[in-house]
Design a protein around this ligand. Structure first.
Ligand SMILES: [Zn+2]
Length: 139
């Protein structure tokens, strides 16, 4: 009888996890359970997928804008510009498709346009020649 009393005490005082979706206490099940029910679990995961899509869409919008700004500079034969002026056009330097160090310079790309970025300047803006090979299955 004493043992049962101790067990009931432990169950009553265990730290109950809360549902990640609705915030209710999870009163039964494993201690690492994250959701109170399947509806909450599905709602939570659906929301996470939605948030991820919105984030990707925003990043892609910034990349597209950056690309258009750089492409317009190339069309007017400008291959170097003050970063401050570029930011004034809406360019966001932290959003890129790749980065590498080249001869102590920071080289970034925005899709097929590469450039060197310093704290104050964007220079050596160039289109990269793409060598995309289309895979042919029916050779
Ligand atoms: Zn819940």
């Amino acid at each position: 009888m004493v043992e049962r009393h101790v067990m009931e005490y432990k169950i009553a005082n265990r730290k109950m996890p809360t549902c990640l979706e609705c915030g209710d206490k999870i009163r039964y099940g494993r201690t690492d359970k994250k959701f109170c029910c399947d509806v909450c679990r599905m709602k939570y995961h659906h929301e996470q997928v939605k948030i991820s899509k919105i984030y990707r869409r925003r990043v892609l919008a910034v990349l597209t804008r950056n690309y258009e700004i750089l492409d317009n500079l190339l069309k007017t034969d400008v291959d170097a510009v003050d970063l401050f002026d570029l930011e004034g056009l809406g360019f966001i330097p932290g959003v890129v498709t790749s980065y590498r160090k080249v001869n102590r310079h920071d080289e970034y790309t925005c899709f097929d346009i590469k450039y060197i970025l310093t704290p104050t300047r964007v220079s050596c803006i160039k289109k990269i020649s793409l060598n995309l090979q289309v895979r042919k299955n029916n050779k």
